[in-house]
Design a protein around this ligand. Structure first.
Ligand code: C5P
Length: 414
Protein backbone atom coordinates (compact mmCIF):
# COMPACT_ATOMS: atom_id res chain seq x y z
CA UNK A 1 0.00 0.00 0.00
CA UNK A 2 1.55 3.34 -1.00
CA UNK A 3 1.73 5.95 1.76
CA UNK A 4 -0.75 7.99 -0.31
CA UNK A 5 -3.42 5.27 -0.19
CA UNK A 6 -6.17 5.91 2.33
CA UNK A 7 -7.45 3.01 4.33
CA UNK A 8 -11.02 2.41 5.41
CA UNK A 9 -11.99 -0.08 8.09
CA UNK A 10 -15.47 -1.24 7.14
CA UNK A 11 -17.55 -2.84 9.87
CA UNK A 12 -20.42 -4.79 8.34
CA UNK A 13 -23.40 -5.20 10.67
CA UNK A 14 -26.02 -7.94 10.49
CA UNK A 15 -28.82 -6.57 8.38
CA UNK A 16 -30.32 -7.28 4.99
CA UNK A 17 -28.59 -4.15 3.63
CA UNK A 18 -25.23 -5.90 4.19
CA UNK A 19 -25.34 -7.02 0.56
CA UNK A 20 -24.90 -3.40 -0.53
CA UNK A 21 -21.47 -3.45 1.17
CA UNK A 22 -20.13 -5.62 -1.65
CA UNK A 23 -20.81 -2.76 -4.05
CA UNK A 24 -19.44 -0.26 -1.53
CA UNK A 25 -16.16 -2.19 -1.28
CA UNK A 26 -15.89 -2.35 -5.06
CA UNK A 27 -16.60 1.36 -5.51
CA UNK A 28 -14.29 2.39 -2.67
CA UNK A 29 -11.43 0.39 -4.16
CA UNK A 30 -12.11 1.87 -7.60
CA UNK A 31 -11.86 5.29 -5.95
CA UNK A 32 -8.39 4.36 -4.67
CA UNK A 33 -9.12 3.35 -1.06
CA UNK A 34 -7.86 0.17 0.50
CA UNK A 35 -10.63 -1.54 2.43
CA UNK A 36 -10.17 -3.81 5.42
CA UNK A 37 -13.33 -5.47 6.71
CA UNK A 38 -14.61 -6.57 10.10
CA UNK A 39 -17.88 -8.50 10.05
CA UNK A 40 -20.18 -9.15 12.98
CA UNK A 41 -21.38 -12.70 13.51
CA UNK A 42 -24.84 -11.69 12.28
CA UNK A 43 -23.39 -10.05 9.15
CA UNK A 44 -22.07 -13.44 8.05
CA UNK A 45 -25.71 -14.59 7.83
CA UNK A 46 -26.26 -12.08 5.01
CA UNK A 47 -22.95 -12.01 3.10
CA UNK A 48 -20.12 -14.50 3.28
CA UNK A 49 -16.62 -13.53 4.49
CA UNK A 50 -15.40 -15.31 1.36
CA UNK A 51 -17.10 -12.91 -1.06
CA UNK A 52 -16.18 -9.91 1.08
CA UNK A 53 -12.54 -11.07 1.15
CA UNK A 54 -12.52 -11.61 -2.61
CA UNK A 55 -13.72 -8.05 -3.23
CA UNK A 56 -11.58 -6.33 -0.60
CA UNK A 57 -8.58 -8.47 -1.51
CA UNK A 58 -7.71 -8.59 2.19
CA UNK A 59 -8.27 -10.93 5.05
CA UNK A 60 -11.69 -10.46 6.69
CA UNK A 61 -11.78 -10.21 10.48
CA UNK A 62 -14.66 -11.68 12.43
CA UNK A 63 -13.54 -12.89 15.83
CA UNK A 64 -12.28 -10.93 18.84
CA UNK A 65 -10.84 -13.99 20.50
CA UNK A 66 -8.87 -15.31 17.58
CA UNK A 67 -5.42 -15.54 19.19
CA UNK A 68 -3.63 -15.47 15.86
CA UNK A 69 -5.31 -12.22 15.06
CA UNK A 70 -4.48 -10.84 18.47
CA UNK A 71 -0.81 -11.68 17.92
CA UNK A 72 -0.65 -10.59 14.30
CA UNK A 73 -3.02 -7.66 14.35
CA UNK A 74 -5.00 -7.05 17.51
CA UNK A 75 -8.22 -5.13 17.72
CA UNK A 76 -6.38 -2.02 18.89
CA UNK A 77 -4.24 -2.01 15.76
CA UNK A 78 -7.26 -2.74 13.58
CA UNK A 79 -8.98 0.25 15.15
CA UNK A 80 -6.08 2.65 14.72
CA UNK A 81 -4.43 1.49 11.49
CA UNK A 82 -7.01 3.22 9.32
CA UNK A 83 -8.10 6.68 8.23
CA UNK A 84 -11.78 6.14 8.85
CA UNK A 85 -14.07 3.52 10.36
CA UNK A 86 -17.28 2.97 8.39
CA UNK A 87 -20.19 1.07 9.95
CA UNK A 88 -22.57 -0.22 7.30
CA UNK A 89 -25.23 -1.30 7.85
CA UNK A 90 -25.33 0.29 11.30
CA UNK A 91 -28.14 -1.82 12.73
CA UNK A 92 -30.23 -0.75 15.73
CA UNK A 93 -28.29 -3.25 17.82
CA UNK A 94 -24.88 -2.02 16.68
CA UNK A 95 -25.90 1.61 17.28
CA UNK A 96 -27.05 0.65 20.76
CA UNK A 97 -23.74 -1.07 21.50
CA UNK A 98 -21.80 1.93 20.20
CA UNK A 99 -23.85 4.33 22.30
CA UNK A 100 -23.41 2.13 25.39
CA UNK A 101 -19.68 1.58 24.90
CA UNK A 102 -19.90 -2.22 24.68
CA UNK A 103 -16.90 -4.32 23.68
CA UNK A 104 -18.08 -7.91 23.67
CA UNK A 105 -17.22 -8.72 20.06
CA UNK A 106 -14.62 -7.60 17.55
CA UNK A 107 -16.82 -4.96 15.89
CA UNK A 108 -17.82 -3.22 19.12
CA UNK A 109 -14.34 -3.53 20.62
CA UNK A 110 -12.82 -1.87 17.54
CA UNK A 111 -15.41 0.90 17.68
CA UNK A 112 -14.60 1.54 21.34
CA UNK A 113 -10.85 1.46 20.76
CA UNK A 114 -10.62 3.66 17.70
CA UNK A 115 -9.31 7.20 17.74
CA UNK A 116 -10.27 7.73 14.09
CA UNK A 117 -13.43 9.35 12.70
CA UNK A 118 -16.41 7.01 12.45
CA UNK A 119 -19.09 7.16 9.75
CA UNK A 120 -22.28 5.18 10.34
CA UNK A 121 -24.82 4.24 7.65
CA UNK A 122 -27.89 3.11 9.59
CA UNK A 123 -30.33 0.59 8.15
CA UNK A 124 -33.32 -0.84 9.94
CA UNK A 125 -37.06 -1.16 9.90
CA UNK A 126 -38.73 2.31 10.09
CA UNK A 127 -40.36 1.49 13.45
CA UNK A 128 -37.00 0.50 14.89
CA UNK A 129 -35.50 3.73 13.57
CA UNK A 130 -38.32 5.78 15.15
CA UNK A 131 -38.24 3.88 18.46
CA UNK A 132 -37.33 6.18 21.40
CA UNK A 133 -34.36 3.91 22.23
CA UNK A 134 -32.88 4.33 18.74
CA UNK A 135 -33.68 8.07 18.78
CA UNK A 136 -31.73 8.29 22.09
CA UNK A 137 -28.80 6.28 20.75
CA UNK A 138 -28.68 8.33 17.55
CA UNK A 139 -28.59 11.58 19.56
CA UNK A 140 -25.88 10.19 21.87
CA UNK A 141 -23.74 9.07 18.95
CA UNK A 142 -24.12 12.41 17.20
CA UNK A 143 -23.06 14.13 20.42
CA UNK A 144 -20.03 11.78 20.52
CA UNK A 145 -19.02 13.07 17.07
CA UNK A 146 -20.05 10.02 15.03
CA UNK A 147 -20.85 11.03 11.43
CA UNK A 148 -24.00 9.70 9.78
CA UNK A 149 -25.03 9.10 6.19
CA UNK A 150 -28.70 8.20 5.73
CA UNK A 151 -30.91 6.41 6.41
CA UNK A 152 -33.07 7.22 3.42
CA UNK A 153 -36.78 6.81 3.05
CA UNK A 154 -38.32 4.27 0.72
CA UNK A 155 -39.52 0.71 0.54
CA UNK A 156 -38.08 -1.81 2.95
CA UNK A 157 -37.00 -5.38 2.27
CA UNK A 158 -40.08 -6.52 4.23
CA UNK A 159 -43.00 -6.41 1.81
CA UNK A 160 -45.46 -3.60 2.38
CA UNK A 161 -43.14 -1.68 4.73
CA UNK A 162 -42.01 1.80 3.84
CA UNK A 163 -40.58 4.78 5.68
CA UNK A 164 -37.20 6.03 6.91
CA UNK A 165 -34.71 3.23 7.41
CA UNK A 166 -33.14 2.24 4.08
CA UNK A 167 -29.38 2.28 4.06
CA UNK A 168 -27.87 5.03 1.91
CA UNK A 169 -26.74 3.82 -1.52
CA UNK A 170 -23.08 2.78 -1.89
CA UNK A 171 -22.20 5.85 -3.98
CA UNK A 172 -23.76 8.13 -1.39
CA UNK A 173 -21.72 6.45 1.34
CA UNK A 174 -18.59 6.75 -0.81
CA UNK A 175 -19.19 10.48 -1.28
CA UNK A 176 -19.48 10.82 2.51
CA UNK A 177 -16.26 8.82 2.94
CA UNK A 178 -14.45 11.03 0.45
CA UNK A 179 -15.56 14.19 2.13
CA UNK A 180 -14.35 12.87 5.50
CA UNK A 181 -10.95 11.45 4.56
CA UNK A 182 -9.89 12.61 1.14
CA UNK A 183 -6.28 13.64 0.74
CA UNK A 184 -5.94 17.32 -0.14
CA UNK A 185 -6.21 16.29 -3.74
CA UNK A 186 -9.12 13.98 -3.10
CA UNK A 187 -10.91 16.61 -1.03
CA UNK A 188 -10.84 18.83 -4.06
CA UNK A 189 -12.04 15.96 -6.20
CA UNK A 190 -14.94 15.27 -3.87
CA UNK A 191 -16.45 18.58 -5.02
CA UNK A 192 -15.62 18.25 -8.71
CA UNK A 193 -18.61 20.31 -9.80
CA UNK A 194 -17.78 23.36 -7.71
CA UNK A 195 -18.06 26.42 -9.93
CA UNK A 196 -20.58 24.76 -12.25
CA UNK A 197 -24.27 25.57 -12.51
CA UNK A 198 -26.47 22.57 -13.26
CA UNK A 199 -30.10 22.90 -14.27
CA UNK A 200 -32.44 19.94 -13.83
CA UNK A 201 -36.11 19.65 -14.81
CA UNK A 202 -38.15 17.02 -13.05
CA UNK A 203 -41.61 15.62 -12.40
CA UNK A 204 -44.75 15.83 -14.50
CA UNK A 205 -46.53 18.96 -15.64
CA UNK A 206 -50.20 19.64 -14.93
CA UNK A 207 -52.11 21.21 -17.80
CA UNK A 208 -55.40 22.69 -16.58
CA UNK A 209 -58.76 21.77 -18.08
CA UNK A 210 -60.62 24.00 -15.64
CA UNK A 211 -59.72 25.30 -12.16
CA UNK A 212 -60.06 21.83 -10.60
CA UNK A 213 -59.12 19.39 -13.36
CA UNK A 214 -55.90 18.86 -15.27
CA UNK A 215 -54.04 16.57 -17.65
CA UNK A 216 -51.07 14.88 -15.99
CA UNK A 217 -48.85 11.80 -16.23
CA UNK A 218 -47.36 9.23 -13.87
CA UNK A 219 -43.92 10.79 -13.41
CA UNK A 220 -42.92 10.81 -9.73
CA UNK A 221 -39.96 13.18 -10.09
CA UNK A 222 -37.71 10.71 -8.22
CA UNK A 223 -35.03 10.44 -10.91
CA UNK A 224 -34.80 14.20 -11.52
CA UNK A 225 -34.69 14.97 -7.80
CA UNK A 226 -31.98 12.34 -7.27
CA UNK A 227 -29.89 13.97 -10.03
CA UNK A 228 -30.31 17.43 -8.50
CA UNK A 229 -29.38 16.11 -5.03
CA UNK A 230 -26.32 14.24 -6.35
CA UNK A 231 -25.11 17.29 -8.30
CA UNK A 232 -25.37 19.46 -5.18
CA UNK A 233 -23.38 16.89 -3.19
CA UNK A 234 -20.60 17.17 -5.77
CA UNK A 235 -20.44 20.91 -5.20
CA UNK A 236 -22.50 22.23 -8.13
CA UNK A 237 -24.88 25.18 -7.86
CA UNK A 238 -28.13 23.46 -8.78
CA UNK A 239 -31.44 24.81 -10.02
CA UNK A 240 -34.23 22.23 -9.99
CA UNK A 241 -37.37 23.18 -11.90
CA UNK A 242 -40.01 20.70 -10.88
CA UNK A 243 -43.62 20.03 -11.71
CA UNK A 244 -45.96 18.91 -8.91
CA UNK A 245 -44.63 15.88 -6.98
CA UNK A 246 -44.93 14.56 -3.44
CA UNK A 247 -41.17 14.74 -2.87
CA UNK A 248 -39.33 16.99 -0.43
CA UNK A 249 -37.05 19.60 -2.01
CA UNK A 250 -33.46 18.28 -2.08
CA UNK A 251 -30.93 19.95 0.26
CA UNK A 252 -28.69 22.72 -1.07
CA UNK A 253 -30.67 23.00 -4.30
CA UNK A 254 -32.61 26.04 -5.53
CA UNK A 255 -35.98 24.47 -6.26
CA UNK A 256 -38.52 26.26 -8.45
CA UNK A 257 -42.03 24.79 -8.39
CA UNK A 258 -44.12 25.06 -11.54
CA UNK A 259 -47.31 23.44 -12.81
CA UNK A 260 -47.47 23.79 -16.57
CA UNK A 261 -45.01 23.29 -19.44
CA UNK A 262 -45.12 27.01 -20.24
CA UNK A 263 -44.22 27.88 -16.64
CA UNK A 264 -41.43 25.30 -16.79
CA UNK A 265 -39.99 26.94 -19.92
CA UNK A 266 -40.09 30.38 -18.26
CA UNK A 267 -38.28 29.04 -15.18
CA UNK A 268 -35.71 27.24 -17.35
CA UNK A 269 -35.03 30.47 -19.28
CA UNK A 270 -34.32 32.23 -15.99
CA UNK A 271 -31.55 29.70 -15.29
CA UNK A 272 -29.87 30.36 -18.64
CA UNK A 273 -26.33 30.60 -17.27
CA UNK A 274 -26.31 26.83 -16.51
CA UNK A 275 -23.41 24.99 -18.12
CA UNK A 276 -25.14 21.61 -17.88
CA UNK A 277 -28.88 21.15 -18.39
CA UNK A 278 -30.58 17.83 -17.65
CA UNK A 279 -34.19 17.47 -18.77
CA UNK A 280 -35.68 14.66 -16.70
CA UNK A 281 -39.21 16.12 -16.56
CA UNK A 282 -42.10 14.31 -18.21
CA UNK A 283 -43.51 17.41 -19.85
CA UNK A 284 -47.06 17.12 -21.19
CA UNK A 285 -46.92 17.21 -24.98
CA UNK A 286 -50.22 19.09 -25.22
CA UNK A 287 -52.19 21.63 -23.24
CA UNK A 288 -55.86 22.53 -23.45
CA UNK A 289 -56.47 25.71 -25.50
CA UNK A 290 -59.98 26.22 -24.33
CA UNK A 291 -59.31 25.65 -20.59
CA UNK A 292 -62.32 26.97 -18.72
CA UNK A 293 -62.06 29.73 -16.13
CA UNK A 294 -64.88 28.10 -14.18
CA UNK A 295 -65.46 24.48 -13.20
CA UNK A 296 -67.12 22.73 -16.13
CA UNK A 297 -70.56 21.50 -14.98
CA UNK A 298 -72.28 18.36 -16.09
CA UNK A 299 -75.93 19.40 -16.28
CA UNK A 300 -77.24 16.25 -17.92
CA UNK A 301 -78.39 18.13 -21.03
CA UNK A 302 -75.20 18.92 -22.93
CA UNK A 303 -72.89 16.50 -24.66
CA UNK A 304 -69.60 15.78 -22.92
CA UNK A 305 -67.31 18.80 -23.42
CA UNK A 306 -64.56 18.42 -26.00
CA UNK A 307 -61.05 19.58 -25.30
CA UNK A 308 -59.01 21.34 -27.95
CA UNK A 309 -55.35 20.57 -27.53
CA UNK A 310 -52.35 22.53 -28.72
CA UNK A 311 -48.73 21.40 -28.60
CA UNK A 312 -46.61 22.62 -25.69
CA UNK A 313 -43.24 24.24 -26.26
CA UNK A 314 -40.49 21.62 -26.35
CA UNK A 315 -38.22 22.90 -23.60
CA UNK A 316 -35.34 20.52 -24.26
CA UNK A 317 -35.35 21.24 -28.00
CA UNK A 318 -35.54 24.99 -27.41
CA UNK A 319 -32.52 25.00 -25.08
CA UNK A 320 -30.52 22.53 -27.19
CA UNK A 321 -30.96 24.79 -30.23
CA UNK A 322 -29.77 27.98 -28.51
CA UNK A 323 -26.79 29.65 -30.18
CA UNK A 324 -23.32 28.71 -28.93
CA UNK A 325 -22.62 30.93 -25.96
CA UNK A 326 -26.26 30.89 -24.86
CA UNK A 327 -26.47 27.09 -25.03
CA UNK A 328 -25.28 25.04 -22.03
CA UNK A 329 -22.07 23.12 -22.78
CA UNK A 330 -23.86 19.85 -22.18
CA UNK A 331 -27.58 19.28 -22.81
CA UNK A 332 -29.03 15.95 -21.67
CA UNK A 333 -32.51 14.70 -22.46
CA UNK A 334 -34.47 11.70 -21.26
CA UNK A 335 -36.41 9.30 -23.43
CA UNK A 336 -39.12 7.31 -21.73
CA UNK A 337 -40.22 4.68 -24.23
CA UNK A 338 -42.36 1.57 -24.15
CA UNK A 339 -40.84 -0.16 -27.20
CA UNK A 340 -37.70 -0.07 -29.37
CA UNK A 341 -36.12 2.00 -26.63
CA UNK A 342 -32.62 2.43 -28.05
CA UNK A 343 -33.69 3.01 -31.63
CA UNK A 344 -36.22 5.69 -30.64
CA UNK A 345 -33.80 7.31 -28.24
CA UNK A 346 -31.06 7.55 -30.88
CA UNK A 347 -33.49 9.33 -33.19
CA UNK A 348 -34.61 11.58 -30.35
CA UNK A 349 -31.03 12.67 -29.64
CA UNK A 350 -30.81 13.97 -33.21
CA UNK A 351 -34.26 15.57 -33.47
CA UNK A 352 -33.98 17.28 -30.10
CA UNK A 353 -30.43 18.45 -30.79
CA UNK A 354 -29.19 17.37 -27.37
CA UNK A 355 -25.78 15.86 -26.61
CA UNK A 356 -26.82 12.84 -24.58
CA UNK A 357 -30.04 10.92 -24.03
CA UNK A 358 -30.79 8.80 -21.00
CA UNK A 359 -33.25 6.22 -22.30
CA UNK A 360 -35.43 3.87 -20.31
CA UNK A 361 -38.28 1.46 -20.83
CA UNK A 362 -41.32 2.72 -18.92
CA UNK A 363 -43.72 -0.08 -19.83
CA UNK A 364 -45.91 -0.76 -16.76
CA UNK A 365 -44.24 -4.19 -16.33
CA UNK A 366 -40.88 -2.51 -15.55
CA UNK A 367 -42.28 -0.59 -12.53
CA UNK A 368 -39.85 2.23 -13.38
CA UNK A 369 -42.42 5.03 -13.54
CA UNK A 370 -42.97 5.95 -9.88
CA UNK A 371 -40.61 3.20 -8.61
CA UNK A 372 -37.22 3.55 -6.88
CA UNK A 373 -35.14 1.66 -9.41
CA UNK A 374 -34.22 2.34 -13.00
CA UNK A 375 -32.50 0.62 -15.89
CA UNK A 376 -31.13 3.01 -18.45
CA UNK A 377 -29.06 3.29 -21.60
CA UNK A 378 -26.85 6.35 -22.01
CA UNK A 379 -26.80 7.41 -25.64
CA UNK A 380 -24.06 9.77 -26.75
CA UNK A 381 -22.39 10.60 -30.04
CA UNK A 382 -19.96 7.76 -29.24
CA UNK A 383 -22.61 5.07 -28.92
CA UNK A 384 -24.81 3.31 -26.41
CA UNK A 385 -23.82 2.43 -22.87
CA UNK A 386 -26.26 0.04 -21.17
CA UNK A 387 -26.20 0.19 -17.35
CA UNK A 388 -27.42 -2.55 -15.04
CA UNK A 389 -30.62 -1.98 -13.09
CA UNK A 390 -29.91 0.13 -10.01
CA UNK A 391 -31.49 2.61 -7.63
CA UNK A 392 -32.41 5.98 -9.09
CA UNK A 393 -29.90 7.64 -6.76
CA UNK A 394 -27.18 5.43 -8.21
CA UNK A 395 -28.21 6.23 -11.76
CA UNK A 396 -27.89 9.87 -10.72
CA UNK A 397 -24.38 9.34 -9.33
CA UNK A 398 -23.23 7.44 -12.42
CA UNK A 399 -24.61 10.09 -14.72
CA UNK A 400 -22.83 12.79 -12.72
CA UNK A 401 -19.57 10.85 -12.85
CA UNK A 402 -19.88 10.91 -16.64
CA UNK A 403 -20.68 14.63 -16.55
CA UNK A 404 -17.62 15.33 -14.36
CA UNK A 405 -15.41 13.44 -16.84
CA UNK A 406 -16.96 15.28 -19.79
CA UNK A 407 -16.46 18.69 -18.20
CA UNK A 408 -12.90 17.85 -17.24
CA UNK A 409 -12.16 16.82 -20.82
CA UNK A 410 -13.94 19.77 -22.43
CA UNK A 411 -13.33 22.69 -20.11
CA UNK A 412 -10.36 21.60 -18.03
CA UNK A 413 -12.32 23.10 -15.13
CA UNK A 414 -13.75 20.06 -13.32
O1 C5P B 1 -40.56 14.09 -26.92
P1 C5P B 1 -40.42 13.43 -25.58
O2 C5P B 1 -41.44 13.91 -24.58
O3 C5P B 1 -40.34 11.93 -25.61
O4 C5P B 1 -38.98 13.89 -25.09
C1 C5P B 1 -38.49 13.61 -23.85
C2 C5P B 1 -37.43 14.60 -23.48
O5 C5P B 1 -37.76 15.91 -23.88
C3 C5P B 1 -37.24 14.69 -21.97
O6 C5P B 1 -35.90 15.03 -21.73
C4 C5P B 1 -38.19 15.80 -21.61
O7 C5P B 1 -37.82 16.43 -20.37
C5 C5P B 1 -38.04 16.74 -22.78
N1 C5P B 1 -39.24 17.52 -23.12
C6 C5P B 1 -39.27 18.89 -22.90
N2 C5P B 1 -40.38 19.61 -23.28
C7 C5P B 1 -41.43 19.01 -23.85
C8 C5P B 1 -41.42 17.62 -24.09
C9 C5P B 1 -40.30 16.90 -23.71
O8 C5P B 1 -38.31 19.43 -22.35
N3 C5P B 1 -42.49 19.74 -24.19
Amino acid sequence: MSPETKRILLIIGGGIAAYKCLELIRRAREAGFSVRVVMTKAAAQFVTPLSVGALSNERVFTNLFDLDDEREIGHIRLARDTNLVVVAPATADLMSKMAGGHADDLASAVLLATDKPVLAAPAMNPRMWMHPATRRNHALLQADGIHFVGPESGEMAESGEAGIGRMAEPMTILTAIQSLVGSTQRRRESLPLKGHHILVTSGPTHEPIDPVRYIANRSSGKQGNAIAAAAAKLGARVTLVTGPTSLADPSNVTTVHVETAEQMLTAVRRARDADVAIFAAAVADWRVVNASGQKIKKDGKQDAPSLDLVENPDILKTVAHEKPGARPLLVIGFAAETQNVIEHAKKKRKTKGCDWIVANDVSPRTGIMGGDRNKVHLITADGVDTWPEMDKSEVAHRLLERIVDHLAANTGKA
